[in-house]
Write a protein that binds this ligand. Structure first.
Ligand code: B4P
Length: 187
């Protein structure tokens, strides 16, 4: 399976990507996790990413695209992958097309996990209490949702137009959402 996971921040992309990837036997590739690992490791990429992430903005496309291109070229992605949090705008989606064409493969599905903004805001504020992520404060969450509406939400129509869109309700227990995803993908 070669798929991408779409949805607003807090919809459950990271949560469900890990579970789905394990069931399907492909790597879950989270651009957010790669950025955070670089921030924690104090790398140059991490310093660049932190500046944008802590403001709730997207990390510049040239940085993100190069990172994903490298990751998809690794051996474990050859038989499939689940991209969590990429693409996040039309420019990244067009670049992903080029990367996949260069690898001679194509996407099987664009899975969108839907959830309303009140619910995702509450989830992220709860996570802030547990994990203390710098981008889970109320003003930054608001900014992330604005960026999602302006830049990422148009990808729903982009992938629907190609017949690749699979929408799954992200509300309810984590196990229920996983079951919905598995059944939506198998049909
Ligand atoms: P991400 O790491 O992708 O973070 P996110 O969108 O907030 O979603 P995440 O995966 O963490 O949360 P989830 O919904 O699983 O991005 C962070 C930042 O990195 C971006 O703002 C941007 O700056 C940068 N970035 C990443 N990709 C980029 C790209 N392609 N281009 C440019 N910049 C990029 O879960 C949230 C919470 O909800 C968790 O606490 C979870 O436990 C909980 N939860 C999940 N499912 C639930 C359920 N069903 N019920 C209750 N709680 C649930």
């Amino acid at each position: 399976m070669r798929a991408i996971l779409l949805g607003p921040p807090g919809a459950g992309k990271g949560t469900q990507a890990a579970r789905l990837a394990e069931r399907v036997g492909v790597p879950a590739i989270s651009t957010g996790d790669i950025f955070r690992a670089n921030v924690n490791g104090g790398t140059e990429l991490g310093r660049t990413a932190q500046e944008y992430m802590s403001a709730g903005a997207l990390v510049p496309d040239e940085v993100t695209n190069a990172m994903v291109r490298d990751r998809l070229a690794q051996d474990d992605s050859a038989a499939g992958f689940l991209l969590d949090g990429y693409p996040r705008n039309t420019e990244q989606a067009v670049e992903l097309d080029t990367m996949l064409a260069d690898l001679g493969v194509a996407l099987d599905a664009a899975i969108e996990i839907t959830a309303d903004f009140d619910e995702v805001t509450n989830r992220l504020l709860r996570r802030a209490e547990i994990e203390g992520r710098a981008d889970d404060t109320e003003p930054v969450i608001r900014k992330r949702l604005e960026v999602y509406s302006a830049s990422t939400a148009p990808l729903t129509a982009f992938y629907d137009g190609r017949g690749l869109l699979v929408q799954v309700d992200g509300l309810g227990a984590i196990d229920e959402v996983t079951d919905r995803l598995v059944s939506a993908l198998s049909s």
